[in-house]
Design a protein around this ligand. Structure first.
Ligand code: NAD
Ligand code: UDP
Length: 339
C-alpha cells in the first residue's frame, strides 16, 4: 500500500517523503513543480535508496489524480501542495483561493470517488491570527489575517464539514509553526526562488556570501531584545510529525487537530547568534523597519501532539542552524538541474 504525497517535491513534502520511505512506506508524489524541481526525487532516492514514484500534475487536474489512484494502491494522502507566500497572497488572492481551496476540493472529490478516506493536511499557525493568548492552543478561534491564512482556515472548515457529512473519514489537520533546517545530509533543504521572504534561508544565503547582510525587521517590539519571537521547528521533526499523524488516523477514525511546534519562542536576534555559534559563520545584520503584518511574538502549546501521538521535537536550535547551513553550503545556488 502507498501514501500519496501531494507537493512532495517541495520543502516539507520532500523531507516527509524521505522519512516515510525510511520508515518502509511506499511513497507516490504528485507535484506541479510550480515551486520546486523534479531533481528532488533523485535526492530522495540518493538518501533512502528507494525512488518514489513521481507524477508532474496539478492537484486541480482530477483526471490526472484519478489515474495516479488507479495505478497505485493508495491508502492515504498527505496534502502539502499549495501556495504559501503571505505577501503574494495579498497581491494575488484568486491564485491562492484556486490553488489552495480548489486544489483541496479536487483532491477530496477524487479521494471520495476512489474510496480513500485518510488525509493529513498541512495547515499553519497563521490560522490563529492575532490573539493575546500565547502559547497558541488548538481550541483558539480561527481568525486568519491574510488571504493565505484564510485559504488554510477554509480548507480546515471544508475538512470538518466533510468529516461530519460522511462516516469513514479519518483526518489529521497539522498546524505548523516555523519550519526551518534541512536533512542533515545536506542533500535536501529549503530552496526559495528569488530573494527569500523567510528568515532562515535569508540567514544561510548571507552566510555563504550570496547576500550582503540580513535585515532584522523591527528592533522595538515588546519582546526581551526588541526583535520578533517565533517557534522554529526543525523540518525533520516536522516530517516525523506526519508519520505520527498517519499512525493516528490509521489507528482510529476521527478528525484531529494538532499544533506542530517546539513550544519555545526564539527571537530573530537569538537565531542570528545561535547560527553564528553553531556554524562559525558571521551573519552581518542591521535593524530595519517593522514588516507589515508581523506579530510581535507567538509560539505553540505543543502538548496535545505529545498526548495524542507521542510526538515532540527532538532537535535543537544548533541542529537547525547547522543543517540549514550544510544544505546551503552544498547547494549554494539551490537545486541546480545538473545534479
Ligand atoms: P513548497 O512551496 O516548498 O512546497 C509546496 C509544493 O507544492 C511545491 O513543490 C509546489 O510545486 C507544489 N504545488 C503548489 N501548488 C500545486 C498544485 N496546485 N498542484 C500540485 N502541486 C502544487 O512549500 P512548503 O514550505 O513545503 O509547504 C508545504 C505545505 O505546508 C503548504 O501547504 C504550506 O502552505 C504549508 N505550510 C508551510 C509553512 C512554511 O513555513 N514552510 C508553514 C505552515 C504551513
Ligand atoms: N525576519 C527578518 N528578516 C528577514 C526575514 C524575516 O527579520 O529577512 C523576521 C520576521 O519579521 C519574523 C521572523 O523573522 O519576525 C520570522 O519570519 P518568517 O518570514 O521566516 O516567518 P513568519 O513568522 O512570518 O511566518
Amino acid at each position: 500500500m502507498a501514501i500519496l504525497v501531494t507537493g512532495g517535491c517541495g520543502y516539507i513534502g520532500s523531507h516527509t517523503a524521505a522519512v516515510l520511505t525510511e520508515a518502509g512506506r511506499e511513497v507516490v508524489i504528485v507535484d506541479s513543480l510550480v515551486n520546486s524541481k523534479a531533481l528532488v526525487v533523485n535526492r530522495i532516492e540518493a538518501l533512502t535508496g528507494r525512488r518514489p514514484a513521481f507524477y508532474k500534475a496539478d492537484v486541480r487536474n482530477e483526471q490526472a489524480l484519478a489515474e495516479v489512484f488507479e495505478t497505485h494502491p493508495i491508502e492515504g494522502v498527505i496534502h502539502f501542495a499549495g501556495l504559501k507566500a503571505v505577501g503574494e497572497s495579498v497581491a494575488q488572492p484568486l491564485a491562492y483561493y484556486s490553488a489552495n481551496i480548489e486544489g483541496a476540493a479536487a483532491l477530496l472529490r477524487v479521494m471520495q470517488r476512489q474510496g480513500v478516506r485518510r488525509l493529513v493536511f498541512s495547515s499553519s499557525a497563521t490560522v490563529y491570527g492575532d490573539t493575546d493568548i500565547i502559547p497558541y492552543t488548538e481550541d483558539l478561534p480561527l481568525q486568519p489575517m491574510n488571504p493565505y491564512g484564510r485559504t488554510k482556515a477554509a480548507v480546515e472548515w471544508m475538512l470538518t464539514d466533510l468529516y461530519h457529512s460522511q462516516p469513514g473519514w479519518s483526518i489529521s489537520i497539522l498546524r505548523y509553526f516555523n519550519p526551518v533546517g534541512a536533512h542533515p545530509s545536506g542533500l535536501i533543504g529549503e530552496d526559495p526562488a528569488g530573494i527569500p521572504n523567510n528568515l532562515m534561508p535569508y540567514i544561510t544565503q548571507v552566510a555563504v556570501g550570496r547576500r550582503p547582510e540580513l535585515g532584522v525587521f523591527g528592533g522595538d517590539y515588546p519582546t526581551p531584545d526588541g526583535s520578533c519571537v517565533r517557534d522554529y521547528i526543525h523540518v525533520m521533526d516536522l516530517a516525523e510529525g506526519h508519520l505520527a499523524a498517519l499512525g493516528l488516523i490509521e489507528g482510529s477514525h476521527g478528525l484531529f487537530v494538532h499544533n506542530l511546534g517546539s513550544g519555545r519562542g526564539v527571537s530573530v536576534l537569538e537565531m542570528v547568534k545561535a547560527f553564528s555559534e553553531a556554524t562559525g559563520q558571521a551573519v552581518p545584520y542591521s535593524i530595519k523597519p517593522r514588516r507589515a503584518g508581523d506579530l510581535p511574538a507567538y509560539w505553540a502549546d505543543a502538548s496535545k501532539a505529545l498526548r495524542d501521538m507521542n510526538w515532540r521535537t527532538h532537535r535543537s536550535l544548533a541542529d537547525i542552524c547547522r543543517d540549514a547551513y550544510e544544505f546551503q553550503r552544498q547547494n549554494p545556488k539551490g537545486y541546480v538541474e545538473t545534479t
